[in-house]
Design a protein around this ligand. Structure first.
Ligand SMILES: Cc1cc2nc3c(=O)[nH]c(=O)nc-3n(C[C@H](O)[C@H](O)[C@H](O)COP(=O)(O)O)c2cc1C
Length: 486
């Protein structure tokens, strides 16, 4: 994993974006900082400028409806998360559709203020769902070789470009900065990588459960991949590749891709941060980490993914047993080098306080941290009501413009895996944002710390409705998270 390489410049690229999008206590999160390089002319959450939930394509492109019966191999979620191999299933249109749906498919819908909102199978900061997924297919039974955009609403593939060069079917995850920037402004660029990691944790797990080796690459030739899928590098950026098997990824463009339609709103700071990290070559996939020696029983991965949602309210009066901290953490951090800490509020046989994973024997601080976490997480009660809160952070000086992206993506992967592990074992979880300036003090680390992401894990206060299948999302009434201490 090449994330520990260099030094970002705090006055350009990813370093500048990180600095100018860091939350501090004396400025509201939706007020832009006092710097001309962030846009001051955009009104966050303006209903008039709300971007559509997906990319648009004009009629006339070849469309392939994917089978709506998903072939569930019935593998326990915990086995997949532990890294235990699964029997191979044929990679046909139905299995490819299962992988895409259980990562990016529409599983729930909700109505709010007369508008319909689509919720996908994996979470997204603020439910902005700013990602697109393309499949560059090679030899998938029932799917012509080509570059296809996944239409998550219709559970269909829309062919946007001719077949690529390369041998192995590869999913390309892209991000649309404005779709999340509409609410979070330039900080949304960080969210693209958090959300992509979260999505890729599910895409990878679902592929692995079908006996297909998921090979995740965060280093790839950006310009070629942009050309491959028709991402213009301003309104849409390629974020990561997931090949479905070993071998040379099918990512060499052989013709013009259809660009598709996105609102023409640019966040120049995001464009510059993305550009600064662009490279020409392709990296090795993330190395396969050793499997865990044991895994507890659980429902199948497919059932757990359907059940997953972000818990909006946790019951702070109830604790989790110690194995529900140890096992999800061990599974979520398999092969991940980004440092993690755990703030324990209510875990049996673990004293409340702050720990540097994997050492749970000696707290860095033995204390009730609920009030501190509440303050650092912008008064969001989940951070105080959780049984424990997982914190990913790394010194900024260890990152360059590319490995900064990798670190954010890795934090998202951990967040997504923690979710699946928690739901597999009867607990619940939610991603969580934070006041950057306050985290070094919490962790006792120098100020040069890039805080990446928080994940809350705890006991749910209510039962969520499982999501629906392709073309049949379940209608839900959104539960609003609490603000302030409970
Ligand atoms: C990276 C990430 C960060 C998140 N941050 C927060 C947060 O700060 N506060 C919160 O209440 N929920 C947070 N969430 C949960 C999202 O609001 C949730 O995923 C979204 O509403 C979609 O709902 P679902 O996860 O139930 O499908 C976060 C989720 C992700 C993936």
């Amino acid at each position: 994993m090449p994330w520990q390489t260099g030094r970002v410049d705090l006055d350009s690229g990813a370093g500048l974006l990180h600095r100018l999008t860091s939350y501090v206590p004396n400025r509201e999160w939706d007020v832009p900082g006092d710097d001309p390089r962030v846009r001051h002319d955009l009104v966050p959450n303006d209903p008039e400028t709300r971007p559509p939930p997906m990319k648009g394509y004009s009629d006339g492109l070849p469309v392939l409806a994917l089978p709506r019966d998903l072939p569930d191999p019935g593998v326990p979620a915990t086995a997949v998360l532990a890294g235990v191999g699964s029997p191979a299933q044929p990679l046909d249109a139905a299995q490819l559709g299962r992988v895409l749906f259980l990562g990016a498919g529409v599983v729930r819908t909700a109505e709010h203020n007369g508008r319909r909102f689509l919720f996908r199978a994996s979470g997204s900061a603020g439910a902005r769902f700013p990602l697109e997924v393309y499949a560059s297919t090679r030899g998938v039974a029932g799917v012509p070789d080509g570059v296809h955009w996944y239409d998550a609403a219709q559970h269909a593939l829309v062919q946007v470009a001719p077949a690529a060069t390369g041998a192995v079917t590869t999913l390309v995850v892209t991000g649309v900065p404005w779709r999340t920037g509409w609410r979070y402004a330039e900080r949304g660029w960080r969210h693209l990588y958090w959300d992509a990691g979260t999505l890729l944790s599910q895409l990878s797990a679902v592929a692995a459960s079908a006996g297909v080796a998921p090979r995740l690459r965060s280093l790839f030739p950006d310009a070629a991949v942009r050309e491959l899928v028709g991402a213009d590098g301003v309104h849409e950026h390629p974020l990561a590749l997931l090949s479905l098997g070993d071998g040379e990824p099918a990512i060499g463009p052989t013709g013009q891709a259809v660009l598709g339609e996105l609102p023409p709103v640019e966040l120049p700071l995001c464009t510059a941060a993305q550009r600064a990290g662009e490279r020409d070559g392709i990296g090795a996939p993330r190395p396969e980490a050793a499997a865990l020696s044991d895994f507890p029983p659980s429902d199948s991965l497919d059932e757990v993914v359907r059940r997953r949602g972000s818990q909006r309210r946790m019951d702070r009066s109830r604790t989790l047993p110690r194995p529900l901290l140890e096992w999800p953490m061990a599974a979520a951090l398999r092969g991940v080098e980004v440092p993690h800490w755990v703030a324990v509020h209510g875990v049996d046989d673990v004293a409340p306080g702050l720990y540097r994973w994997p050492d749970l024997s000696t707290p860095l601080r033995a204390a009730d941290l609920r009030d501190e976490l509440l303050r650092i997480c912008l008064d969001q009660s989940l951070a105080a009501d959780a049984a424990y809160v997982v914190i990913a952070a790394t010194p900024l000086s260890t990152l360059d413009d590319r490995s900064y992206r990798d670190a954010q993506l890795a934090a998202g992967l951990v967040e997504g895996r923690l979710h699946l592990a928690a739901y597999a074992l009867g607990a619940s979880a939610s991603g969580m944002t934070f006041l950057d300036s306050e985290v070094p003090g919490l962790l006792g680390e120098p100020d040069d710390l890039a805080t990446l992401l928080f994940t809350c894990v705890g006991v749910s206060e209510y039962a969520s409705r499982a999501g629906g299948g392709p073309g049949a999302p379940v209608e839900v009434r959104p539960v609003v998270p609490r603000l302030g201490g409970s």
